[in-house]
Design a protein around this ligand. Structure first.
Ligand code: HEC
Length: 105
């Protein structure tokens, strides 16, 4: 029955689209470590007047060192939303910060 084919295809396309959308929701743009370094000290990422550097001092090398850590986007989102009181959906900033923290040795 050819008339039953289109709904099946539509369903499969919808499922495929849903799974692709699910992936794209967690995929970030390409990060830039140099931009991330600047953002690390940028107090305008949030509204509290703090930057990442306020706590992870000396560009990630202070008491709360990020050197050698494997950073996750959700951790950075938490730090932006919490202490910085900023928008945790700043995808490009998060990608840049990830690239920067990964570059720390
Ligand atoms: C008010 C202080 C504060 C600020 C500001 C802050 N953080 Fe954090 N951050 C913490 C604390 C507390 C933890 C959890 C303890 C730890 O892991 O050292 C943490 C953990 C992290 C971790 C996980 C470290 C690990 O152990 O794996 C990363 C990555 C991170 N922060 C990045 C950032 C970035 C990027 C910013 C700026 C957008 C930022 N933080 C701003 C306090 C802060």
């Amino acid at each position: 029955m050819p008339t039953t084919q289109p709904p099946v295809i539509t369903l499969m396309a919808a499922l495929l689209a849903a799974s692709l959308f699910g992936c794209s929701a967690t995929s970030l743009p390409k990060g830039d470590a140099a931009r991330g370094e600047a953002r690390f000290a940028d107090t305008t990422l949030g509204t509290s007047g703090k930057s990442c550097n306020t706590c992870h001092t000396e560009m990630g090398r202070g008491a709360m060192s990020l050197v050698g850590k494997t950073p996750y986007d959700h951790t950075i989102r938490d730090c932006i939303q919490g202490p910085l009181q900023g928008d945790p959906g700043q995808e490009q900033a998060i990608a840049d910060l990830l690239a920067y923290i990964r570059s720390l040795r």
